[in-house]
Design a protein around this ligand. Structure first.
Ligand SMILES: Nc1ncnc2c1ncn2[C@@H]1O[C@H](COP(=O)(O)OP(=O)(O)O)[C@@H](O)[C@H]1O
Ligand SMILES: CC(=O)OP(=O)(O)O
Ligand SMILES: [Mg+2]
Length: 450
């Protein structure tokens, strides 16, 4: 019987995977990631128990599929990772998919659901150049490419997709709704969806546990600041607002995304805005406007680098680097103020997460200083040291502060995927009875999907 579950998180600049035991609860056996895909050379990190490895692969890992293939090959060929030697050791693959449209929970991939995801049929397609069908595949592309690869290379292993947007279904109608013609909005699914929800649900659970409060009584302002960046207001354990919108382009700037701009800007930027971008492929149709605002903006446009560790430094190498840093601080502050007021000042903690939120002491310090009017104060030593490698939540607040506590949370989107979801709970329940009744795993997958 298969021994492991594989959870995959394809991000804007990285592919992160964790192998878990196929047990309830699952136990992590190995972690692997390729980061810096958009800022070569990429870095490969691997951890199995106490064994840790970090290297820069010779191979060109410029796409999420390259990175995923490389990771699988490295893990399958590790003789010490006996639980995962080939695909027959995998019970399920869990994939993080950014845009789930109106899907509220995870789904199992088959030809039909994959097609629905590819077209995201819940959201009526937009039209570019009259006839070209257009969809949200740009935001799901990395995950879908990996799902397609798994279907081809690991055909016997079932895939489940978890959606970033699902966590934000709780946002009130007046937050989700854009003030545009409502007939058109409804027909085309034009509303705020919000993303990074798999991360926010892990952070909520971890922080509530850390604070010793039930999640459903916890109020947080969480910043998930990575190559893609967003912020979320959580009231009584539910998302009440988040900075990303119809797509991840809205809200904060990111490595290559502009974040919020006046929507008419793009028509002054180029008169090709509505045309199909030359970067489009047979499988992915992208307008020039989307290409510019999603792929050619953000700190890459300002500084030439997508590596924020070169920007978040005490003495920036150029004025442009300083400007990129100041812009991010300014936009985050705007949301903190907004969400603090929406939460009626009842905020248990400000939480920093994501590659930048977890690693940049400078960003945390500057933001905390600028939030002093809210009673936020941090301990500079604790902030400077940051979160330990194996620590999930770290309190960096200064003792005796009047305002919300300030925490760092090392988010882990793979954990949420391995533990959440009705299908997996059923899977575990069925597995237990299947083991009792001697049903082999291949039949088990049929039982679950049927
Ligand atoms: N020490 C650091 N200081 C600031 N930023 C950092 C540091 N280390 C990594 N980063 C940034 O973290 C980002 C990656 O974050 P992550 O959340 O893993 O991204 P994604 O999931 O979007 O691929 C990159 O932009 C990288 O430059
Ligand atoms: C939605 C998004 O931008 O995801 P990530 O930050 O993982 O790239
Ligand atoms: Mg990410």
């Amino acid at each position: 019987m298969a021994k492991s579950i594989l959870a995959v998180n394809a991000g804007s600049s990285s592919v992160k995977v964790t192998f878990y035991t196929f047990t309830n609860p699952p136990r992590a056996i190995a972690d692997a990631q390729v980061s810096g895909i958009t800022a070569p050379p990429a870095t490969f990190k691997y951890q199995r128990g106490e064994f840790k490895q970090k290297e820069q692969p010779q191979e060109n890992l410029g796409t999420p599929q390259d990175a995923f293939k490389y990771i699988l090959q490295r893990c399958f060929s590790d003789p010490e990772l006996s639980e995962v030697a080939s695909d027959s050791d995998l019970a399920y693959i869990c994939h993080r998919v950014v845009h789930g449209g109106d899907y509220c929970k995870e789904i199992e991939i088959n030809d039909d659901t994959l097609h629905r995801l590819e077209a995201l049929e819940d959201l009526a397609p937009l039209y570019v150049e009259e006839t070209t069908q257009h969809n949200f595949e740009i935001h799901n592309f990395s995950a879908l490419e990996i799902i397609r690869l798994c279907k081809k290379e690991l055909p016997s292993v079932a895939s489940i997709t978890f959606f970033d947007s699902a966590f934000h279904q709780t946002m009130p109608l007046h937050v989700k709704t854009y003030p545009i013609n409502q007939q058109i909005a409804k027909a085309n699914g034009l509303r705020k969806y919000g993303f990074h929800g798999i991360s926010y649900s892990f952070i909520l659970r971890s922080v509530a546990q850390f604070l010793g409060k039930p999640a459903e009584k916890t109020n947080l302002i969480v910043m998930h600041i990575g190559s893609g960046a967003s912020i979320c207001a959580i009231k009584d354990g539910k998302s009440i607002d988040t900075s990303m919108g119809l797509t991840p382009l809205a809200g904060l700037p990111g490595a290559t995304r502009s974040g919020d701009i006046d929507p008419s800007l793009v028509f002054h930027y180029t008169n090709e805005a509505g045309k199909l971008s030359p970067a489009s492929t047979k499988d992915m149709h992208l307008s020039t406007a989307e290409e510019i605002l999603n792929k050619e903006s953000g700190w890459k446009a300002l500084t030439g680098t997508t590596d924020f560790s070169q920007i978040a430094v005490e003495n920036p190498p150029s004025e442009a680097h300083k400007l990129a840093f100041d812009i991010l601080v300014d936009r985050i502050l705007g949301y903190i103020g907004n969400y603090y007021v929406k939460l009626g000042g009842e905020v248990d903690a400000l939480v920093f997460a994501g590659g930048i939120g977890e690693k940049s002491a400078l960003l945390r310090r500057i933001l905390a200083e600028k939030c002093h009017s809210l009673g936020v104060a941090i301990d500079s030593d604790a902030n400077g040291k940051g979160v330990e490698e194996d620590q999930i939540v770290k309190d960096i607040s200064k003792g005796g502060g009047k305002g919300p506590r300030t925490l760092i949370c090392q988010t882990n989107e793979q954990v949420s995927q391995s533990q959440d979801g009705e299908k997996l709970k059923r899977l575990f329940a069925n597995r237990t009875s299947a083991v009792r009744n001697g049903i082999p795993h291949r039949q088990l997958a049929v039982v679950i999907s049927g």
